[in-house]
Design a protein around this ligand. Structure first.
Ligand code: BGP
Length: 487
């Protein structure tokens, strides 16, 4: 619509904050009736550049992990002890002025085996307390129903999301949550980075290391189909139980550029992009896009669908689109051209960009491009629910952490969000990733830090767990206080 005035900056009520996930912060992995989760059988990466080490799980490693009653090899069992320190941690978020705190609920705290007859009251009580604590400071909880974990019992019993039965188990869990937190939680999202299902175990909860490449694709896209249906059912439940609440989808967005202006490279990048946008096409538009039919055929993938699955998906489209944004990639028609730069195992090197120590190519302008493309394509509110710089921090002699590199990364991205808002994009909020140092999802390291708040713990789990405000803490406090004006 034509109008003379364009926005000048972040809107009033913009949801500034930070994002976490249960399995990366809570710890307390075996207390108050909680069941073991898929995240808690993942070991620390042996190669820190392998950002997909979280998927290296086999039947044998699961068996070994189930017999191991310690947290020694499994950092996500430890987290950063948020379970016992949530009050003081949320207080620190409030001190920064957070308007929103994104966190996830661990399904196995509520249903230890995934499909128990009754929910575990002690698990629910924990989240009651966390939400009450947020409310105390006027912080809006933004809750992910499934963030890179599920009850391990469902993996053992039915290979996680590979089984259609998992849909029913999940929708019982989500119904319990929507009823319990009606009027308490206003913003929900279904599956964290749903496209991670194409990468394997952490997304699907299914072990598939023994399968051929085509069999893996078959299993993963089938598992994802089950997640699409479960997500659509959750959206409908949420709308019915709490009409005031909003529920979104969540994508790991990988902006990709063609390696050269050669049309074959441009086409390759387009295909790569479609494989990424497929997920939001389904969850926002409510149908499988045609381009995937061809992809499925070319890769001998045949999806099993129940008669009304497509109608359920259509009836369960999301209210907003949220996504993580860390980097961009490059795609070439031939793989040799796009030498991998180590970033999540995808894409090639971009000579115009610098990369983090983990090889993730830093591209703030790419965020503006992504925001514009999403807005154009979907016309629903957008929410940046993850963005940040994983870096090794040093505590200096003055006992402080001078993380100007982190401030710089975040500032550049916030500036580009502001530009996108001026371009006309409807952006609801920004919850940067890991406001407090936590266990890395990909590599399970502690030393890959994103936070404004330093946590005294090393990769072996040693340390006092003391929290220290970094320089970036005071910077973000000022950013929020000025609604993004003073950067
Ligand atoms: C996303 C996940 C998060 C998270 C972040 C950073 O993929 O949703 O859980 O941790 O990336 O990744 P990493 O922890 O591997 O640095």
């Amino acid at each position: 619509m034509y109008q003379e005035n364009v926005p000048t900056g972040f809107p009033k009520g913009f949801l500034w904050g930070g994002a976490t996930a249960a399995n990366q912060i809570e710890g307390a992995w075996n207390v108050d009736g909680k069941g073991l989760t898929t995240a808690e059988v993942v070991q620390k990466a042996t190669d820190r550049k392998n950002s997909l080490a979280m998927n290296q799980v086999t039947q044998a490693t699961i068996k070994q992990a189930m017999a191991d009653k310690t947290a020694d090899l499994y950092p996500k069992r430890r987290g950063i002890d948020f379970y016992h320190r949530y009050q003081s941690d949320i207080k620190l978020f409030a001190e920064m002025g957070f308007k929103a705190f994104r966190l996830s609920i661990a399904w196995a705290r509520i249903f230890p085996n995934g499909d128990d007859a009754q929910p575990n009251e002690a698990g629910l009580k924990f989240y009651d307390k966390v939400f009450a604590e947020c409310r105390k400071y006027g912080i809006e909880p933004v809750v992910t129903l499934s963030h890179y974990e599920m009850p391990l019992a469902l993996t053992v019993k039915q290979n996680g999301w590979a089984s259609r039965k998992t849909i029913a188990a999940f929708t019982r869990y989500t119904e319990v949550l929507f009823k319990r937190y009606r009027g308490v939680v206003k913003y929900w999202m279904t599956f964290n980075e749903i496209n991670a299902g194409t990468w394997g175990f952490t997304g699907t909860g299914a072990v598939d290391d023994q399968l051929t490449t085509n069999e893996k694709l078959q299993l993963r896209y089938q598992a994802l189909h089950h997640q699409f249906v479960a997500s659509a059912i959750a959206v409908q439940q949420c709308h019915k139980i709490d009409p005031q609440a909003k529920i979104g989808c969540m994508l790991a967005r990988m902006q990709t550029y063609p390696n050269t202006p050669n049309p074959v490279d441009v086409r390759a990048a387009q295909v790569q992009d479609q494989l990424n946008l497929f997920f939001t096409d389904v969850q926002v538009r409510g149908e499988y896009p045609e381009y995937m039919n061809r992809y499925f055929k070319d890769h001998q993938i045949k999806l099993k669908m129940a008669a009304d699955d497509q109608a359920v998906i259509k009836a369960g489209t999301v209210d907003y689109l949220s996504f993580s944004y860390y980097m961009s990639t490059v795609t070439a028609a031939t793989e040799q051209k796009a030498k991998t730069s180590g970033n999540l195992g995808f894409g090639g090197k971009n000579p115009y960009l610098k990369a983090s120590d983990w090889g993730w190519q830093i591209d703030p302008v790419g965020l503006r491009i992504t925001l514009n493309e999403f807005w154009d394509r979907y016309r629903i509110p957008l929410f940046v629910v993850e963005n940040g710089l994983g870096a090794v921090d040093q505590v200096t002699a003055d006992g402080k952490i001078h993380d100007s590199y982190r401030i710089d990364y975040l500032r550049q991205h916030i500036l580009q969000m502001k530009e996108a808002i001026k371009d006309g994009v409807d952006l609801m909020g920004y919850t940067m990733w890991g406001p407090i140092d936590l266990i890395s999802a990909g590599t399970s390291e502690m030393s890959k830090r994103y936070g404004f708040i330093y946590v005294d713990q090393d990769d072996a789990g040693k340390g006092t767990l003391r929290r220290i405000r970094k320089d970036s803490f005071y910077w973000y406090q000022k950013v929020i206080a000025t609604n993004g004006e003073d950067l």
